[in-house]
Design a protein around this ligand. Structure first.
Ligand code: NIG
Ligand code: FE
Length: 438
């Protein structure tokens, strides 16, 4: 029986000690620190047909549900046993679909090799490209499916997922097809992004004008094919000195818009490359990494937020940490200047082999100086806005899709506090319990 054939059903979560609702939309500045937490003896969330119907104290919720004409007898009841309820977590930046692993390169880096030097020598991203091209679609599906299972177990109910390990039309389309199939399979909902401009492939590197000729291929061949395929919802570019510069990124972003694909870009991950400035000027949905933005870039993002056209700063501290950097994104500056901050894993085999948003929250608290509430905002409502789904997910509010996590902790701070330990008890996606840990 498919989900569509199932009759609508109700779910009542009761006995929560705390609900971090994240109600009220995108958060920036002083509201970044407000998870809109309700605390009480016995809090409830009622869900009908995959949507949240009511949130609040137990008696209030029952009264509202009855007043709205629902038969509470038909609701399945989950006892939250004094735990914490949050929205399902949203991982706003992942390279989910790939073949192979790169632990050898990681050890080379520990002995002193630079990330971009490894790439220049034909390793790094390019070694994952070779493995991904050689893998069958079934192999790519199986690998990504396994990773999604573990992400779900860590509380992730929605993830953005990029192509970018094909760097040729056929493999880029195949990666997007894998993302689409896994999204349909569920339970983790996926937001597909086309990242053809992730690196210059080996075959173009052989030419003197390698980068330019590959940019032309992305614009003239890959983007039209991606648009025809109709799966991708965003276009991304690795805008970084030595990879794609700001002017090449700008041309790709404009071409993508012509095909109806808004842009989110990898900006200033390793050195200031004009990425933050560009993201602000072009009105990208999100600027990601931002571990090394220029002063001008930070000011441009602050002005865009002030003008009411905020670019979400999607920070990826697990990457800086795994790369052994001692320099992290200036998260406090972003918060102080009113730039909305999201956090994501950047899951990929080279720079961030992690599947856990709670771990990313821990790193963000320690290395970026975010508070636990700021970090939770960053993986829920702000992440939802980062992937264009702010109206649908990211908060526990009546009318929203019922994506919820019940945690085995009494408050928000204990999610990042238990470093590397999984405190997820129950995960609910679209009103259905999809994971229960004992
Ligand atoms: O976001 N920086 C570019 N892309 C990824 C790394 C991809 C890889 O090394 O395979 C990132 O860190
Ligand atoms: Fe990335």
């Amino acid at each position: 029986m498919t989900t569509e054939d199932e009759p609508p059903s109700g779910l009542l979560i009761e006995g929560a000690a705390s609900i971090a609702t994240l109600a009220g939309g995108l958060r920036r500045g002083s509201t970044q620190d407000d998870a809109a937490e309700m605390a009480g003896a016995s809090l409830s969330v009622a869900v009908w047909d995959g949507r949240i119907v009511a949130v609040g104290s137990g008696p209030d919720v029952t009264a509202k549900v009855r007043a709205a004409g629902y038969d509470l007898e038909k609701f399945r009841v989950i006892d939250a046993r004094g735990g914490l309820v949050t929205p399902g977590l949203i991982d706003a930046h992942t390279h989910l679909v790939f073949a192979g692993t790169r632990e050898g390169e990681w050890q080379m880096r520990q002995r002193g090799s630079g990330y971009l030097d490894v790439l220049k020598a034909g390793g790094g991203i390019l070694s994952t490209v070779a493995a991904t091209r050689a893998a069958s679609t079934e192999e790519l599906l199986a690998g990504a499916r396994g990773r999604l299972r573990e992400m779900l177990a860590n509380g992730t109910t929605t993830a953005e997922a990029k192509s970018g390990y094909g760097l040729d039309t056929a493999t880029e389309l195949r990666q997007l097809e894998v993302i689409d199939r896994l999204d349909r399979e569920g339970p983790v909902q996926l937001v597909p992004t086309y990242l053809g401009a992730h690196a210059v492939p080996a075959e173009s590197r052989a030419r003197a004008d390698g980068t330019e000729s590959y940019v032309a291929e992305v614009i003239r061949e890959q983007l039209p094919a991606v648009a025809r395929q109709g799966i991708a919802r965003f276009c991304d570019v690795f805008c970084e000195k030595g990879v794609f510069d700001a002017s090449q990124t700008e041309r790709i972003v404009y071409a993508a818009r012509g095909h109806g694909l808004p842009a989110r870009i990898h900006a200033d991950e390793l050195v200031a490359s004009g990425g933050a400035e560009l993201a602000a000027r072009l009105g990208c949905v999100s600027a990601d990494h931002l571990a090394a933005p220029s002063e001008a870039g930070m000011a441009a993002l602050a002005r865009a937020a002030e003008a009411g056209t905020p670019v979400v700063a999607t920070l990826l501290p697990a990457t800086s940490w795994f790369l052994g950097k001692h320099h992290f994104a200036p998260a406090r500056r972003f918060v102080q200047s009113g730039v909305p901050v999201a956090l994501a894993t950047d899951l990929n085999p080279g720079t961030s082999p992690t599947l856990s948003l709670p771990l990313v929250m821990s790193i963000a608290c320690v290395e970026l100086g975010l508070t636990p509430a700021e970090a939770l905002v960053a993986v829920t409502i702000n992440a939802a806005h980062s992937v264009g789904l702010g109206a649908e997910i990211g908060s526990v509010e009546a009318g929203k899709q019922a994506d919820l996590v019940i945690w085995d902790v009494p408050n928000v701070a204990q999610i990042p506090y238990w470093i590397g330990s999984n405190r997820v008890r129950t995960v609910i996606k679209r009103g259905v319990t999809v994971l229960e840990r004992s």
